[in-house]
Design a protein around this ligand. Structure first.
Ligand code: MD6
Ligand code: FE
Length: 210
């Protein structure tokens, strides 16, 4: 279905800052760090508590990693595939996420968990809330890399109206305050090519989980 327009540039409301292109200045360092993390802890397709295998490939770095299996969603210090701690948070990641949070008004943000999502064309993330973290006063810093995606930006309830926001390589969304528990997701990814990441999109979400 063709949409006549998409409301790409609407203000997203209190608690959400859209920092277009913010990660571009550190692109090389961020992509090198991404490669080293995914070399040590490769992307895998986790299973939801309901028994569905996710279309998004996931991995983590930092002291805690987000995991899903038949018993539920949680943060865990070790990669269940290897039993070893997740790769350490690269300096480039810590620096970028701290700088982005500060630019959005959240000074002193120190992430202990970075969930890394990889989308191939067709992959999607259904509407959800991020609520496994301990302290909802801490924001989430979300870095988009590679081919564009449409972020589905809802509200307090699953049934709240949804806005569609295009996220491109280098864009950062900082998400906290009154929006912290809003429903959100990613529309099925359309085919495209990116000079640095090929045919996929990678998203880094930095959290204070523990
Ligand atoms: C993604 N992001 O962009 C998925 N969650 O691939 C998220 O689920 C997300 O971007 C919380 C806050 C920001 C996000
Ligand atoms: Fe999320």
């Amino acid at each position: 279905m063709t949409r006549l327009f998409e409301d790409f540039e609407v203000p997203l409301g209190e608690g959400v800052a859209m920092l277009r292109g913010f990660a571009l200045a550190e692109e090389d360092a961020v992509l090198a760090a991404l490669e080293s993390v995914t070399g040590a802890a490769p992307f895998r397709h986790m299973v939801t508590p309901g028994g569905f295998r996710m279309s998004v490939g996931m991995t983590n770095c930092g002291a805690l990693g987000w995991v899903s299996d038949r018993s539920g969603y949680r943060y865990a210090p070790c990669d269940p595939e290897t039993g070893k701690p997740w790769p350490a948070m690269p300096h480039a990641f810590a620096a970028l996420s701290g700088r982005a949070a500060a630019a959005a008004g959240f000074s002193g943000f120190e992430s202990d968990a970075c969930l890394i999502n990889r989308y191939a064309p067709g992959a999607k993330l259904t509407l959800h809330q991020d609520r496994n973290e301990r302290d909802f006063s801490q924001p989430i810093v979300s870095v988009s890399l590679g081919i564009p995606a449409v972020f589905l930006f809802g509200g307090e309830h699953r049934s709240s109206p949804i806005r569609r926001v295009r996220l491109e390589h280098g864009d950062i969304v900082v998400w906290g305050g009154p929006a912290r528990l809003f429903y959100h997701g990613i529309a099925p990814l359309k085919e495209a090519a990116h000079p640095r990441l090929g045919g996929c999109r990678v998203n880094l979400t930095f959290r204070r989980a523990g």
